[in-house]
Design a protein. Structure first.
Length: 225
């Protein structure tokens, strides 16, 4: 059995439409991606006060360092105020027209203000008119010392007295030594010999040897003759 396949010819007009569609999609992606990245960068970057730190005690000439380099930077200002001021009044320390990155923003002279708590404000104005800001609380102590926290006393523990257990010692009776039995004398040794008996035995042996010697000498003489 034979199978027949039908083929559809692609015209030049169809190819042009496909090419134009792909080009339009590519251009759209190229325009949307940078805009999205710019929006994300603006939302992620904020001004920063690096020093002094939050809650730090300062005095005299204080170098305030930080970062104002955010996207679409237009201008910035560093100011201080009171933490409980309901009027939201700020006293400008320095105006900045150039972005900085972890550098000295201004030198704040605290000797002209009273000791107490203050708030440092770093405000950055963007090109579109929006504002980004950050705050840090500090304690100025030029004429007074910071309160020293009182140490917490630990509860006193009662000393524990250990009473030793009494030991009853009972004196034992002194033992009476019993007398040792007197050793009985050993019986005389029947094999023991007196000095006289030893001498008699010695001479008997000498006479016996001399007699044997004479006897063998006589026998040898008789054999020779």
């Amino acid at each position: 059995m034979f199978h027949f396949h039908s083929y559809q010819l692609v015209t030049p007009a169809a190819l042009i439409r496909v090419a134009l569609t792909g080009l339009a999609v590519f251009i759209a992606i190229g325009l949307v991606a940078p805009a999205s990245a710019q929006v994300a960068a603006q939302g992620a970057t904020l001004p920063v006060i690096s020093a002094p730190g939050d809650g730090q005690v300062v005095q005299g000439q204080v170098a305030v360092t930080g970062t104002t380099d955010v996207p679409n930077f237009e201008s910035a200002e560093l100011a201080f105020g009171y933490p409980s001021d309901a009027t939201n009044t700020w006293f400008v320390i320095q105006m900045l027209d150039r972005p900085t990155t972890n550098d000295t923003l201004a030198v704040w002279d605290t000797s002209s203000i009273a000791d107490g708590g203050y708030v440092l404000l770093l405000r950055v104005t963007l090109a579109d008119g929006t504002v980004q800001e950050t705050k840090v609380n500090v304690q100025v102590r030029n004429y007074s010392t910071a309160p020293t926290p009182s140490p917490t006393l630990a509860p006193t523990q009662r000393p524990q007295v250990s009473i030793p257990t009494p030991i009853l010692i009972i004196a034992s009776e002194t033992p009476t030594p019993s007398p040792l039995p007197t050793p009985s004398p050993l019986p005389p040794n029947p094999a023991a010999m007196s000095t006289a008996e030893i001498y008699r035995g010695f001479w008997r042996g000498v006479l016996l040897i001399a007699g044997l010697f004479i006897f063998f000498a006589i026998i040898l003489r008789l054999r020779r003759s």
